[in-house]
Design a protein around this ligand. Sequence first.
Ligand code: UGA
Length: 447
Amino acid sequence: MRITVIGTGYLGATHAVCMAELGHQVLGVDVEPDKVAALQAGRVPFYEPGLAELLAKHVASGQLRFTTSYQEAARFGQVHFSCVGTPQQADSHKVDLRHVDAVIESLAPWLEGPALVVGKSTVPVGTAARLAARLAELAPAGSAARLAWNPEFLREGFAVEDSLRPDRLVLGIDRDAPRADQELAEQLLREVYAPLLDARTPLVVTDFATAELVKTAANAFLATKISFINAMAEICEASGADVTQLAASLAHDGRIGGRFLRAGVGFGGGCLPKDIRGFAARAEELGVGEALSFLRDVDAINLRRRERVVDLARELCGGDVAGRRVAVWGAAFKPDSDDIRDSPALDVAMRLHRLGAEVTVFDPKAADNARKLRPELGYALDPVDAARDAEVVLHLTEWQEFRALDPRQVGAVAARPQIVDGRPDRPGAGLDADTWRAAGWTYRALG
Ligand code: UGA
């Protein structure tokens, strides 16, 4: 099939590449010429394991191309995926839908024949219905240009894997459209995803509102699970219990499960924090704000974890961090990503900087992004160098390479062997507390 993917950020670039991998002819569209040029040259403008290789393969074969032209996109595609960002508004908790709206405004006037526009972004419930009406209004093809909603559930760091082997596919169909149009939209999407459906990926075909909500509800649930275990971490710290063992024991109950039950400095990134805020704001607009008032606690618990790391650092520095050297390991919001949006690690680094600490950050992939956003912080080229003369080391993003470090080597350069582990309980990743303690370190973990 001929497919366009509009927006080539984390979501869109991955989707475009994976659509090519499924065998389609793909045209990626972005308003930023630099991004388009980089992708067309086979370069991914961010770090995502496995993506660069697939991009290079499909660009080289000509199966995947990029453009800045909506006109070209409209002429090329049978199906147009809208993959633009939906960040939080600068001055409220609501979702900023400017980019999503702009896709319809820019694409629709060129749609002269039948086409299916498919939203993938995370949006407040009700957005798809509004966009469908606008699309029909603007497209010369009128109602031959239809909208569907197909939320994306990929995780950064696993984006390719999640796109090619998703847990489920959700197709939101316009239930106000004539029956034949509904069937056509579903059929087109089934064709797009045929290789995944052949591999028995569960498929949910539903209405717009439910499809939009599946995504927001999933992220709200995941955020709630993390904040639940972080609330338990607060109780554990106050009572002398061990949250890692607590979580492992809870996980034996299959109804609870162990995934997303890792306590620590909490969740960040471009999705979970803004999604729970946007969801609560939307519930209020719908007159059911109370139903989601617990999400404010989920948010507050999460932000308290960052302050807790600051408190521990302060305590280990004798009550005041002003003028003290602090090493921060990690800037990305999670490992295997260079994404620093709402990163707990960077937030903690900035809080300490504002308290007068001399903060040096190390991150294997996100340092350039961090330096651009936070030039006031110091940056080191390796984790040992970051720890030089530090009174305390903070482990805040669990990159695999931190686990491989020799605590004695780090101890030889640090001013004092003190470490706060903000990402304990990471099986296979994270630090081994016993090794650090055996090497003479004061090791404090959240929870
Ligand atoms: C999240 C969801 O997991 C995806 O399913 C969803 O598609 C995506 O948002 C999105 O809306 O686009 P992502 O933001 O890439 O994916 O990252 P996660 O793996 O969910 O991690 C989010 C944050 O939670 C990270 O800061 C991570 O360190 C933290 N986390 C995760 C914990 O603190 N504890 C856990 O047990 C798990």
